[in-house]
Design a protein. Structure first.
Lengths: 112, 114
């Protein structure tokens, strides 16, 4: 079945640091890949979405590139702010187009 | 204003009891879903409804029953509650139940079973 792996459970950075969150996936199809962000006490919010057609997603300074060769979908941001502190989830949409499979999440803490 | 309303936000129940988690969406979406987030597992897909019909059920236990009385409602009834059911339950919706749409999530109902 589908699976998504996020090896980093927690990342701590200072403001203006570069962010890199690793995500790899396994599936038998070419999925749509997503990053969601979850702030404390809230539900997951879509951060960006990438399909096989566009390969790269950019939103609010975050970007992720769909790499079929390495089956990866890493999230990056050039300069993080304290307000970026949250949990980031990588996810893929199944081949039926509706079911999300999530990674375990990466908790980002940005010190001011 | 939140477009997906989940009630209650917090819920405490005793083992063996029954509870209903409410979800309403005001986005005009035709597909609705339930996901569960517990401390030890990633967000897990539970159910998918499209045009008020069950499309997919990934929940092993029949104690979890979705109920759709209206197009924009998808409640979740849980019977014979167990401590392992303690989790945050998220309702989500998308325009249709296909086409790789990214669902929008509500703020969740945090259930604690004692």
């Amino acid at each position: 079945g589908d699976s998504v792996t996020q090896k980093q459970g927690q990342v701590t950075l200072s403001e203006d640091d570069f962010l890199f969150i690793n995500c790899t996936y396994s599936t038998t199809t070419y999925p749509t890949l997503l990053w969601y962000v979850q702030y404390l006490g809230q539900g997951p919010q879509l951060l960006l979405k990438v399909t096989t057609a566009n390969n790269k997603g950019i939103s609010r300074g975050f970007e992720a590139t769909y790499d079929k060769g390495t089956t990866s979908f890493h999230l990056q941001k050039a300069s993080v702010q304290e307000s970026d502190s949250a949990v980031y989830f990588c996810a893929l949409v199944n081949n039926m187009g509706y079911k999300l499979t999530f990674g375990t999440g990466t908790s980002l803490l940005v010190d001011p | 204003d939140p477009k997906i309303i989940q009630k209650p936000k917090y819920l405490v129940a005793v083992t063996g009891s029954e509870k209903i988690l409410i979800c309403e969406q005001y986005l005009g979406h035709n597909a609705m879903y339930w996901y569960r987030q517990s401390a030890k597992k990633p967000l897990e897909f539970m159910f998918s409804y499209s045009y008020q019909k069950l499309m997919d059920n990934q929940t092993a236990s029949s104690r979890f029953q979705p109920q759709s009385s209206k197009k924009n409602h998808l409640d979740l009834q849980i019977t014979a509650l167990k401590p392992d059911d303690s989790a945050t339950y998220f309702c989500a919706s998308s325009q249709d139940g296909n086409n790789n749409q990214a669902p929008l999530f509500g703020e969740g109902t945090r259930l604690s079973v004692l």
